[in-house]
Design a protein around this ligand. Structure first.
Ligand code: NAD
Ligand code: IPM
Ligand code: MN
Length: 355
């Protein structure tokens, strides 16, 4: 039995998560998982209609769920940050989802944008710190709207916050790494306070994990290496903002924004699963968005809910969709978002019958 809070959100959020829900409902029916979904209408429409962003009673209600499945938030009619900070970041912080797990995995050779790099080479996971750093929201304006205006935005790293995400990354590397190897990505040559703390934490924690190979890249060199030699990475741990940026680059390495998955994890409490991409207003409402990231996020959620045996089944049908070109235009197909979802369910069913 698992209760899932479902927040479709804005733009393509609803279109892509609808396909994830189809897949979850199919698996639920076959394996009697006892999944129960409750939909929450958080997002731009509700905000524009009522002024509500994420009311306390909704937040309290969410506490009773096992997991949250989210599309995306953000809308051109709303000032940037209102919904992103007020819903997405608020949920990450409130539920203390201090790990943002973002696998970067190429599913189909021909979508590699890198010459000579294939499935073996583009396969690593970014563990993004998810509750601190420059996302803490501390700062402000001085002399706003004058020629002497100064805006500040502070980066906060706490010893506990950094230690816990680095520990998680070491353990993740031990359990799921291919080699296992952990790379820390920071800017310790300039951020000589916040990222000096990251360096000390990484080195001290590293002594407890001698079986995990340990290395370090400054974030600028990291982007270079991700493009030139992505095969050197296994697990990467990094701060909030760098994790945000390098995982969009990672999304392109794996074939585009429509392929990248994100799990906001609190290992002891409620986690939240979503695609890495946003609400994509440029293609919203056209039934052309790629739903595969949202479907893979649903697969990742199943693992976290204790149905880890089903996650590879979801990954397998996604792979089949790509191989058979039963995909949206961004992946070289000509199906609509809904048709991809229907194909995935049909294929899950025929895989099941073939077993
Ligand atoms: P975006 O990820 O929404 O879109 C970037 C580009 O990728 C666009 O060209 C878009 O069409 C394309 N794209 C994204 N997802 C796709 C998919 N599934 N299939 C095909 N193409 C896809 O980023 P943006 O344009 O910078 O942001 C749009 C809005 O979304 C903003 O309001 C932003 O704040 C918000 N946002 C929300 C989240 C989230 O809720 N998790 C994440 C990122 C951005
Ligand atoms: C992401 C998004 C969010 C982030 C925004 C919308 C707040 O870009 O999930 O990658 O910066 O974390
Ligand atoms: Mn992002």
């Amino acid at each position: 039995m698992s209760n899932i809070a479902y927040i479709p959100g804005d733009g393509i959020g609803e279109e892509v998560t609808r396909q994830g829900i189809k897949v979850l409902e199919y698996l639920d029916g076959v394996y009697n998982l006892g999944l129960k979904f409750e939909k929450f209408d958080l997002g731009a429409e509700r905000y524009l209609r009522t002024g509500d962003i994420l009311p306390d009673d909704v937040l309290n209600k969410l506490e009773s769920f096992d997991s949250i499945y989210l599309g995306a938030v953000g809308d051109p009619r709303v000032e940037p940050g209102v919904l992103e900070k007020g819903i997405l970041l608020k949920l990450r912080f409130y539920f203390d989802q201090y790990v943002n797990l973002r696998p970067i995995k190429l599913y189909k050779e021909e979508f590699s944008p890198l010459k000579g790099k294939g499935l073996e080479d583009i396969d690593f996971t970014v563990v993004r710190e998810n509750t601190e750093g420059i996302y803490a929201g501390i700062g402000g304006f001085l002399k706003k709207d004058t020629p002497d205006e100064v805006a500040t935005q502070e980066m906060i790293s706490t010893r506990k916050g950094v230690d816990r995400v680095i520990k998680y990354a070491f353990e993740y590397a031990q359990k799921f790494g291919r080699e296992p190897k952990l790379t820390v990505c920071d800017k310790s040559n300039v951020l000589t306070y916040a990222h000096n703390l990251w360096q000390r934490s990484f080195k001290e924690m590293g002594k407890k994990y001698p079986d995990v190979e340990q290395n370090h890249f400054l974030v600028d060199a990291m982007t270079m290496k991700m493009v030139r030699n992505p095969e050197v990475f296994d697990i990467v741990v990094t701060c909030n903002i760098f994790g945000d940026i390098i995982t969009d680059l990672g999304a392109e390495l794996q074939g585009g924004m429509g392929m990248a998955v994100s799990g906001n994890i609190n290992p002891e409490s409620i986690s939240m699963f979503e695609p890495v991409h946003g609400s994509a207003p440029d293609i919203a409402g056209q039934n052309i968005a790629n739903p595969l990231a949202a479907v893979l996020a649903a697969g990742m959620m199943l693992r976290e809910l204790g149905y880890g045996n089903l996650t590879p089944k979801v990954e397998a049908v996604v792979k089949q969709a790509l191989e058979n070109k039963m995909v949206t235009a961004d992946q070289g197909g000509d199906l609509s978002t809904d048709e991809v979802g229907d194909y995935l369910v049909k294929t899950l069913k025929s895989n099941e019958e073939g077993e």
